[in-house]
Design a protein around this ligand. Sequence first.
Ligand code: ASP
Length: 467
Amino acid sequence: MSTETAQDDLRGYRGISREVLARDGIRVWSEVRAKTKQGQFEGLVLPRSETADELHIVLKLDSGYNIGLAADQIESLEEVGRREAQYKIPEKKFPYSAGKPRVKLFGTGGTIASRLDYRTGAVIPAFSPGELYGSVPELADICNLETEKLYGIFSENMGPEQWIGVAQACAAEIEKGIDGIVIGHGTDTMHHTAAALSFMLQNPPVPIVMVGSQRSSDRPSSDATLNLIHATYTAARSDIAEIVVCMFGPTSDDYGLLHRGTRVRKMHSSYRSTFRTIGDRPLATVEREKITILNPGYHQRCPRGESNLALNAAFDDRVSLVYYYPGMKPDVIESLVDNGYRGIVFAGTGLGHVNRAVYPAIEKAREAGVASYMTVQTIWGYTQMYVYETGREIMGLGVEPIANMLPEVAYVKLGWALGQTDDLGEIKKIMQTPINGDITEREPPDGYLVYQGGLPEIEEFMRRVHR
Ligand code: ASP
């Protein structure tokens, strides 16, 4: 049986790591100066995961990163402080002020809704919307905020069931006359959910703003607060009545960008400026309480009390996104057909290609009535399947090119279309009819580089041009 209790000062530590901590009188949540054979380190002793080895002591450095010190390399540990209270964020009821717009904040989970788990030292989704307000009181200057936790999950666990749940929750709020909606969401699949909501909630009368954070709020470089302020301001005050993603623009905290829900993609695994509008300009920049439109063709906010919202929360999850790789064998496609899948989106090479080896399987899919569509894994640009003979052959097997729709967006749209009808002709019509910018006529050449920041010289160029 474990020697620890929940109140144990050495939570999670066993064996040699426990002995070293006890020897020097150090507890979990002590700030320590550690002298080791590899040099000196300062940081906060985190609880150790119960499943982790007994050889290391985990320190959270001031940079926010965690490191493991090998216990047998530690010469001495000196306690220089205690910091536990920092992790306790009070839940506060939002103050009401007459005359301010009403915004609803839905929590679904992700890093933006996370804090450090005392038991394991891991980041866990346990941060309620009320706690979010407790840590960002500026939100009260912008609006009257109501909060509701719909889910508390990391975004890899969001899927069709949750997309439908969020769409229905937004529609219910719109019905009650809300002035704007913010959805806190993990960043990893925020663009999938943004696409799903763009199809399921058409013509919203108010902004529906998705927001997340790349760095959790216990880290000094967290983007959670600024993203939340930008998103809440956008929901409360902007004229853009669309599903948008609001996240850091450049790597600095100069401004946020508003990206259309069907054209946005997470493009970097760790940068705060990870979201990019693909194949178009972002809709706008947002700097605390100022919105600057970059792309004027957006759907505008309706006068209060009016709404043409069309809620269509359908989805058939027998749909797959197949990212082609050289050497792919036909059994990958065949297994989808054999398992009753009704739709396949390919992310093909270049202009939209897959190898000849899979052609018979694609043919088999067509014979089974599977709807197949082609997108490009280059992400930027259009499918152009008339250029090479191979493209024409693939189309001849029943795969429809889908212009510059992003692969993830095509996957979501196909599941949404299949949820509405069995008729392949009808599905093709839905897929090829642009909805909320999922297909655009052309790409502006300045979309990515000039308007989305990121490099100091580009930022400087923008400052000079827009002076
Ligand atoms: N894994 C997290 C999620 O998507 C990452 C984040 O929120 O940024 O839920």
